[in-house]
Design a protein. Structure first.
Length: 202
């Protein structure tokens, strides 16, 4: 029986395109408060408790630094991996064990030597523009080999020379079907009050 999720989440149109895409590697490059982190988190939840989940897998959420890991950990506890879904929490290791047996761990990219020894069922890299390219290629990409697992990336654009931007360009190339990418400005997030957007432009 499919798990009933006690979470209120209504993705807006851009988030829906991201969630519905069949691309194995999906890239969101959006403005601050654009809704990309929420979309990334809910995609992790979908892969952890959905119909295709075996219930014995492992997913990673990777942040650039330990302080960012702490921040997203608190957000995951508050609004995504809620008590009804979680069997056990290991705060020191930033690990959730869900009621169906699936495990979600949060990792920091500033210690890439620790990103080893496991195969993943999914991978979410948040703020990849702040992570070195070799961390992706040498430490994280090989974790996906065994199961041909999906990965998604949520970040804020920083110029055109970064590996994150190059990855986003691959998602725009229809000949590379395993990649998909999207971007939108902050003001297209309907949860941001219009008055706030207008005031920030003044």
């Amino acid at each position: 029986m499919e798990q009933i999720v006690p979470i209120k989440y209504k993705p807006f149109k851009h988030q829906q395109l991201f969630h519905q895409s069949p691309a194995r590697f999906r890239i969101l490059a959006c403005g601050m408060r654009g809704g990309k982190t929420t979309a990334g988190a809910m995609e992790g939840l979908k892969h952890s408790i959905g119909k295709a989940c075996s219930g014995t897998g492992l997913g990673w959420i990777v942040e650039p630094t330990f302080p960012l890991t702490e921040d997203v950990w608190r957000r995951m506890l508050a609004g995504v991996f809620v008590p009804e879904l979680v069997r056990r929490i290991n705060k020191s290791k930033h690990r959730f064990e869900l009621v169906n047996g699936f495990t979600v761990e949060m990792k920091s990219a500033d210690r890439p030597e620790r990103l080893v020894q496991v195969g993943l069922d999914w991978l979410w890299i948040d703020e990849p523009q702040l992570i070195a390219e070799d961390v992706w290629h040498d430490s994280l990409r090989p974790r996906l080999f065994d199961k041909e697992a999906p990965a998604w990336f949520t970040g804020t654009p920083r110029g055109t020379r970064s590996w994150f931007y190059q990855l986003w360009l691959r998602g725009q190339d229809k000949r590379q079907g395993i990649y998909g990418s999207w971007n939108w400005p902050t003001w297209e997030n309907p949860t941001i009050p219009k008055a706030e957007i207008e005031e920030s432009r003044a």
